[in-house]
Design a protein around this ligand. Structure first.
Ligand code: MN
Length: 346
């Protein structure tokens, strides 16, 4: 495995100079954040980003993420032009040596939490999702109190999107994903870029919107939509792991053994009731996931891909982007490195 760290670009208070000092760090995963969703990422900007990262002794081999336009998820007639742009972005990224693109297919909302600074018993602050809190919100009545939610959407935009999605079933969303993948995977193959879908976070429907990348059956179905190693997964332990029925080590075992995991997100979560969870430190005993078992499944199946500590808590008074501070993620990386070194030595 190759250890990486998510970096949000030059405005990120967690600088490349700091990231490179974390033991074992080979690179960062990043994106070009100012390009509107659906537009082509220009080669020159990709090259500039890569060169800046390389100058700090780090690689850029994974992009997280190239967002998928809502019109593609909705299957609107405008999708063909947008998919054409997406393919061009894939080719441009491949030409600059990018190996993996992480993306997701979640309607309207990306990852969702009810609070971003919930204080845990040790005084650290974590992202949490309490079902009773989310159930009370009604985005159509303007009762959307979702922290971290993209405020660039107006209430009218949200209403329009909800109206469009009210006609889209889970099966429709699957068909639209299949259409997208059948178009882009050949471009990914030609460009030697592995596509790696991130599971839905949390892996269940919210606000009545369809969500499909949620469990083992969904990952099986995804892999079969286009049977190519270039159609793969970002296996996120924390996203899948909040649903009790998802056995994360077994999922790693299954999909790493067939070479479909291109990017691993390692995060621990504590299930605190049906449909509710708190993000925890990476340590197994702090959450509901067995991190040694998960890493052992990667090691046993010869995983050579990219891995990163996923969200961290805010500790030691750090202020910054929720989930993406330096300290707790660095501790997570060190912990993962320790487990990995031990597994390799056995
Ligand atoms: Mn993740």
């Amino acid at each position: 495995m190759k250890m990486t760290f998510r970096w949000y670009g030059i405005d990120d208070p967690v600088t490349l100079d700091k990231i490179r000092q974390i033991p074992g760090m080979t690179g960062v995963v990043s994106a070009i954040y100012h390009i509107p969703v659906g537009s082509v990422w220009p080669s020159e900007e990709i090259r500039d980003l890569k060169e800046m990262i390389n100058k700090h002794g780090l690689e850029l081999k994974v992009i997280e993420s190239v967002p998928v336009h809502e019109d593609i998820k909705l299957g609107l007639p405008t999708r063909d032009k947008l998919i054409k742009n997406y393919k061009e972005t894939i080719r441009n990224l491949g030409a600059e040596g990018i190996e993996v693109i992480c993306y997701n297919f979640m309607p309207v909302f990306d990852w969702t939490r009810s609070k971003l600074d919930h204080e845990l018993s040790d005084g650290s602050k974590a992202l949490v999702y309490y079902k009773e809190h989310v159930d009370k919100m009604n985005p159509l009545k303007g009762e959307l109190d979702l922290p971290g939610w993209d405020t660039s959407y107006s209430r009218e935009d949200i209403e329009d999107l909800f109206n469009l999605y009210s006609k889209i079933t889970e099966e429709d969303l699957w068909m639209n994903l299949e259409y997208f993948l059948k178009e882009i995977i050949p471009a990914a193959e030609e460009s030697n870029v592995k596509m790696a879908i991130h599971p839905d976070d949390p892996p269940w429907s919210i606000f009545g919107l369809p969500r499909i990348i949620t469990d083992e059956a969904a990952l099986d179905r995804l892999c079969k939509l286009v049977d190519s190693p270039y159609n793969g997964l970002t296996l996120c332990s924390g996203s899948l792991g909040v649903a009790k029925e998802n056995d994360v080590p077994a999922l790693v075992e299954k999909f790493a053994s067939i070479g479909r995991i291109h990017f691993a997100h390692l995060r621990n979560v504590k299930i605190v009731g049906e449909g509710s969870f708190e993000e925890a430190s990476h340590l197994s005993k702090d959450g509901s996931l067995d991190m040694v078992k998960i890493l052992k499944a990667y090691n046993d199946n010869g995983f050579k891909g990219y891995i990163r500590p996923d969200h961290g808590r805010m500790i030691w008074g750090e202020k910054g982007k929720p989930g993406y501070g330096l300290y707790d993620r660095a501790l997570g990386a060190a912990y993962i490195n320790g487990i990995w070194e031990t597994l390799k030595a056995r």
